[in-house]
Design a protein around this ligand. Structure first.
Ligand code: GLC
Ligand code: MG
Length: 554
């Protein structure tokens, strides 16, 4: 019997530690809170959790600004709390993936503090990308690169003597200086960080900004007119440079050296790489590199049958060419939740929509949720692995009415409010409908205000309720596992209307046929169809309505 590694078809649930469960009532989620709520995930039927960063951090970018890679921030708990979390998860049959943030540190990291205190040209500065400015007295930034969070990617420092001095690169916030990955010290340090968490028994890593660590030689100006999240990134000097692959070959050797015994041996590496086209992304999952890489092209594909068919087809081909499975995802902590994203009219072509504010056009909540459930029913049948974002199993919408003064994503301030930022998807989740913070914590506090709609969507209002979003997710996950759909093969079916996605996925353990109606006209189901699951809470009728999906016995 050949062994199929667990990650090839795993469903991995993303926990954003600030916003999942708060044990001490300070309004910020924490590790003991997570540990206490883990049974929810075992019941849901996922295989693993991915924890966004919980490391020591000034929290300027919600923990993606790390000041100590080997400790837990007091706001989230202690290393002992982390060990307890991993032990409990393993006991429940859940694996634990943690975030690693190798592209940049926090400006409060000891390395950066000593870089500021040291002179230009010193070894302390050589861990980061310090450069002299252009112009007569170095008053202009070294190149034209913009920060992903708005404004420019360079900040000028004041030298220890008090004079305006060099500039340092930060692709994100000013408080997130980029490391210089040509420096062997940087490589060694991050490998040490990997080993530190592997020794604490983690099952893998999600790699933050995995396409960013290596920059083109000489840091040349970029052609930055395009939105690089929806157009090819492989030609820009700050993203997807060939040198990153060498880093991942080293990391893969480390992960492999920590393999456990038996079927569940592998410790995994998953890239967050906003890289297009898909052929370039597939290079990250070559056999000697990473195990997974989020398919953000799929996430950005509109809810239109032709676009969906095209993306799914070429996504499967692109990874098959390197022998890897696909890694599907619809929501995470950086994008508008799919229950809201899909509540807008859909246009052909990839779309990345920005955060939504109270004065923006609002998504249609009913249409959005119906489409979101259907989209999930499509995704969870696809061969490969899939990532879920906390709260999507409850159908939580984006919080679109956050007051500006509550917003914490640095994007909001850096763009002068022009971009609302990502707080809307990061609002604490709802556990008990009646409680002050909907059961998020023992008190009424939550670090971002929760919308009133979250009460009715709380987990306790949906548990055991047939047709609830939670019930739909639980049913799909159970069937997916029973029939091993993630290890299956997809075949498109002919003879259905153009607006209907129709495919069968077949594995050694069974098969399902998925029909999803992306059009406005209800479609009759085949007469002999045996319905296994449906995305809609309407009693199964023989008509598949607009934005509904169904799994049939095949
Ligand atoms: C990644 C994270 C995002 C963070 C950024 C900078 O894109 O997902 O949340 O702001 O990296 O670390
Ligand atoms: Mg707390």
């Amino acid at each position: 019997m050949t062994i199929t590694p667990w990650w090839r078809d795993a469903v991995i649930y993303q926990i954003y530690p600030r916003s999942w469960a708060d044990s001490d009532g300070d309004g910020i989620g924490d590790l003991p809170g997570i540990t206490a709520r883990l049974p929810h995930l075992a019941e849901l039927g996922v295989d693993a959790v991915w924890l966004s960063p919980f490391y020591t951090s000034p929290q300027n970018d919600a923990g993606y600004d790390v000041a100590d890679y080997r400790d837990v921030d007091p706001v989230f708990g202690t290393l002992d709390d982390f060990d307890a979390l991993v032990a409990r998860a393993h006991e429940l049959g859940l694996r634990v993936v943690v975030d690693i943030v190798p592209n940049h540190t926090s400006s409060e990291h000891p390395w950066f503090r000593s870089a500021l205190a040291a002179a230009p040209g010193s070894p302390e500065r050589a861990r980061y990308l310090f450069r002299d400015g252009l112009g007569e007295s170095g008053e202009l930034p070294p190149n034209n690169w913009p920060s992903k969070f708005g404004g420019r990617a360079w900040t000028r420092v004041t030298e220890p003597g008090g004079r305006p001095g060099q500039w340092y690169l930060h692709m994100f916030d000013t408080s997130q200086p980029d490391l210089d990955w040509t420096n062997p010290e940087v490589r060694d340090e991050m490998q040490g960080v990997l080993r530190f968490w592997l020794d604490r028994d983690v099952d893998g890593f999600r790699i933050d900004v995995a396409h960013g660590m290596v920059k083109a030689d000489g840091l040349p100006d970029a052609d930055v007119d395009d939105d690089d999240s929806v157009s090819p990134t492989s030609r820009l000097p700050m993203w997807d440079q060939p040198g990153v692959h060498e880093i991942y070959r080293d990391w893969r050797r480390i992960a492999d050296s920590y393999a456990r015994e038996g079927e569940d041996a592998d410790r995994i590496l998953c890239a967050e790489a906003w890289v297009l086209p898909g052929e370039a992304l597939a290079r990250y999952v070559r056999p000697d590199e990473l195990h997974q890489s989020f398919n953000f092209e799929y996430l950005m594909t509109p809810w239109l049958a032709a676009d969906q068919r095209e993306t799914i087809t070429h996504s499967l081909e692109q990874v098959a060419a390197v022998g890897a499975p696909q890694t599907w995802v619809l929501s995470n902590h950086d994008v508008v939740r799919h229950a809201s994203r899909l509540g807008y009219p859909q246009q052909p072509g990839l779309q990345k929509i920005a955060g939504i504010g109270p004065d923006d056009p609002q998504p249609d909540a009913v249409v959005g949720l119906r489409r979101a459930r259907a989209a999930t029913a499509v995704m969870l049948a696809l061969p490969g692995s899939a990532y879920l974002f906390q709260g999507e199993e409850l159908g939580l919408p984006e919080a679109t009415h956050l007051p500006d003064d509550s917003r914490q994503d640095p994007t909001f301030a850096r763009t002068g409010g022009a971009s609302k930022g990502r707080d809307g998807c990061r609002v604490p989740v709802a556990w008990e409908g009646g409680d002050p913070s909907y059961g998020f914590g023992p008190g009424a506090q939550s670090w971002l205000p929760q919308p009133a709609e979250y009460g009715a969507l709380a987990a306790d209002r949906q548990r055991g309720v047939v047709g609830s979003t939670l019930d739909v997710y639980t049913t799909l996950l159970r069937l997916r596992r029973e029939r091993r759909l993630g290890r299956g093969e997809l075949t498109w079916l002919d003879g259905h209307p153009d607006d209907v996605l129709a495919f069968t996925v077949t594995s050694d353990e069974g098969a399902v046929t998925v029909l999803a109606n992306l059009g406005a006209t209800p479609v009759e189901l085949p007469e002999d169809a045996v319905i296994l699951a449906t995305s809609s809470d309407i009693e199964p009728v023989r008509l598949l309505g607009a934005d509904e999906a169904v799994w049939l016995d095949a």
